[in-house]
Design a protein around this ligand. Structure first.
Ligand SMILES: Nc1ncnc2c1ncn2[C@@H]1O[C@H](COP(=O)(O)OP(=O)(O)OP(=O)(O)O)[C@@H](O)[C@H]1O
Length: 635
């Protein structure tokens, strides 16, 4: 926390409430409300939870919101979790309805406290991004010491309000990180996600036409476009935030009929061509003409299908039918994996970021399993919590346990798929318990002697060499063989030939503006080493999308700076651009020399391994290195 903020906190705590004027408006107001309600800044922080029966009721009341938002929240989570962000959806009173925790939450107490039903309103936990977003109805960031409660001073959060089809506040969407990351791309994604939830709520209205209007020269499907929902008899029944600003007086809007706004009647959107999605023009009474398009009609299919009709949706990766792109071997393995999954455990292995979790979700979907997909990252749960997290616990099983007990993640996966990520990091003692569960298909929660039958499909993933872990006594061999029913290796991105297809998919799925790659960027993607694999490629493209200009093509100077200066890629690009054979030869030599040096370095000087990776003999490798050192051109 910076010094100034510490001083503000101290003075405020001592009763000088004027000092709050130095804080951003939303946070100042929240601190003052907290002080009014005599919430204490320091002292023990006990989290309160909505009673389980009340939580059920809350979820029931928010059923539509939860159903509609699920894929958006999931998609946001998948995009940001790698950077350490957790995602929370709360109702409009800040009760958590859906919590998706980031992999690496180090604060064990908070990790176990943040779950569905935790009450995060100001009265209970002081100022948070979500309480500010709910109170101001605006996107808000609350960083570190701006949180009222001392215990939250290590967190950095941002939240966006979520509005329903009539523009009423219905929820807040929050992202939380333990590290201070002022990443505009992430905040942008958060706001877009909140707007997409409202869009899906509008598309979910029954017996309604939904039209999309482009107020500027943008394109259809832009999230800033106006959405209007109209009943078949012409009454306005819904609109998104952009439309409510555009039409300004929302209350009047809901008393309005279609022909009260536009100089045509409802027939214009009911004719066959318009109803089939062809663009048409609407004219406001003022004479302004707007390009429009019907995106949903009263007979349109259900929500999820409608979701795919959105023009530029950010598709859910899990629903992408093929997550293997041009890698035929991987496609074959995944297809077989999906077929055997209901009888054999599947093990995915590959470096971090190659897409193991994405593939696991795809396997779950493709296996047609109707149950839930329960994902557990064995490396991120503190060792002392793994056991209770996996197997559950009975009420009062240990100090600090929830009074109601906890079912456990394995039991939650009953009739569904259990995904154990980073299985190589599971502590040995728990490996024995897991083995027993896999053999008996029964779990008994901590503190209970009762066994419960469970039936689940199992996928596990690892980026460590389990065989080596067995040799070193860190992993049980019998568990290894039990888990490795069907093994699917996933190659690192640098070894894949379908890098451009992957990049194109990411652009189409996750980028707002950028939809194609310049020739130079394509060459860079092909040539770069990608140590962070698909995750790194995705981050680079999202960066270009967020900071680049409005054009649809990603240019080299829109990539993060460190990528623009990648030496061997610059050389390869130069080779492609050069016109004289002599220059081209020189640049090619340089690139080849760089590549050799890099591979030798990657292999820590192990010449046999480096030669193997380069596909040349050891003698040739020595010769090339010797020539390089003596300054002779390589050949
Ligand atoms: N097939 C894909 N299509 C689009 N994006 C993908 C695909 N595979 C992976 N990604 C992106 O790459 C990132 C990493 O994916 P994922 O978490 O599945 O990798 P992982 O191998 O499980 O990584 P780790 O071992 O670090 O957990 C995610 O942000 C995901 O969005």
């Amino acid at each position: 926390m910076n010094n100034e903020l510490s001083v503000i906190r101290q003075r405020f705590n001592e009763g000088d409430i004027q000092v709050a004027n130095m804080l951003p408006g939303a946070i100042r107001e929240s601190w003052l409300r907290c002080a009014d309600q005599t919430v204490r800044m320091s002292g023990k922080l006990e989290y309160s939870y909505v009673r389980p029966d009340k939580l059920e009721q809350l979820k029931y009341q928010n059923e539509e919101l939860l159903t509609v938002s699920n894929r958006h929240v999931e998609q946001l989570y998948r995009a940001v979790a790698g950077a350490g962000w957790s995602v929370l959806l709360t109702d409009k009173n800040c009760n958590a309805l859906q919590v998706r925790q980031a992999n690496r939450l180090s604060n064990a107490r908070i990790a176990s406290a943040f779950r569905d039903g935790v009450m995060l309103n100001e009265e209970n936990v002081g100022t948070t991004a979500m309480s500010c977003a709910v109170n101001t109805k605006q996107f808000t960031r609350v960083f570190g010491g701006e949180h009222y409660k001392e215990q939250h001073n290590t967190f950095h959060c941002a939240a966006a309000p979520v509005f329903d089809h009539m523009g009423r506040l219905c929820a807040s969407l929050d992202i939380t990180n333990e590290h201070s990351i002022n990443d505009m791309a992430v905040f942008y994604m958060l706001e877009t996600c909140a707007r997409n939830i409202q869009k899906s709520l509008i598309l979910n209205l029954s017996d309604t036409y939904v039209i999309e209007i482009i107020p500027s020269s943008g394109q259809f499907g832009d999230i800033t476009n106006l959405l209007l929902a109209i009943s078949p008899d012409g009454k306005m029944t819904g609109c998104n935030e952009a439309a409510s600003t555009f039409i300004s007086d929302q209350r009047r809007f809901f008393d309005t009929w279609f022909d009260g706004l536009f100089s045509s009647d409802i027939g214009i959107i009911q004719n066959r061509r318009a109803a089939s999605g062809e663009p048409f023009y609407l004219t406001l009474h003022s004479g302004v003409t707007l390009a429009s398009r019907v995106i949903s009609t009263p007979s349109s299919p259900t929500t999820e299908d409608r979701g795919s009709e959105e023009v530029r949706p950010a598709p859910v990766i899990a629903s992408v039918p093929n997550t293997t792109f041009g890698d035929e071997q991987l496609a074959r393995s995944v297809e077989r994996g999906a077929r055997v999954l209901n009888r054999l455990p599947v093990m995915l292995y590959g470096e971090s970021g190659v897409g193991k979790e994405v593939t696991a979700r795809h396997l779950h979907d493709a296996s047609q399993c109707q149950g839930k997909f329960i994902s557990i990252n064995c490396a991120s749960i503190p060792e002392n919590l793994i056991e209770s997290e996996l197997f559950g616990y009975q009420a009062g099983a240990f100090t600090g346990a929830d009074k109601k007990g906890f079912k456990g993640r394995i039991a939650e996966a009953d009739k569904g798929t259990l995904f154990l990520d980073e299985i190589g990091d599971m502590p040995l003692a728990l490996q024995s318990r897991l083995l027993r569960v896999l053999e008996t298909r029964e779990v008994s929660p901590l503190g209970s002697s009762k066994e419960h039958k469970v039936d689940f499909q199992l996928i596990c993933a690892t980026n460590v060499n389990l065989e080596q872990a067995i040799e070193e006594g860190r992993f049980r061999q019998d568990l290894y063989f039990r888990l490795k029913g069907f093994a699917i290796p996933i190659k690192p991105l640098r070894e894949r030939d379908d890098k451009l297809a992957i990049a194109q998919t990411i652009l189409a799925a996750d980028c707002q503006y950028k939809q194609q790659l310049s020739a130079e960027v394509s060459r860079f993607i092909e040539c770069y080493n990608w140590p962070g694999n698909i995750r790194e490629l995705r981050n680079v493209l999202l960066y270009a999308d967020a900071i680049g200009d409005d054009s649809q093509t990603v240019q080299m100077d829109e990539l993060p700076e460190e990528y623009q200066t990648c030496q061997s890629c610059v050389a390869s690009t130069a080779i492609a651009n050069t016109s004289t054979p002599a220059d081209s030869g020189r640049l090619l030599d340089q690139a080849s020399q760089d590549l050799i040096n890099r591979v030798v370095e990657d292999c820590s000087g192990n010449m046999s391994l480096a030669a193997k990776k380069l596909g040349i003999s050891r003698a040739t490798l020595y010769r090339k290195l010797a020539k390089d050192r003596s300054g002779t051109a390589l050949n």
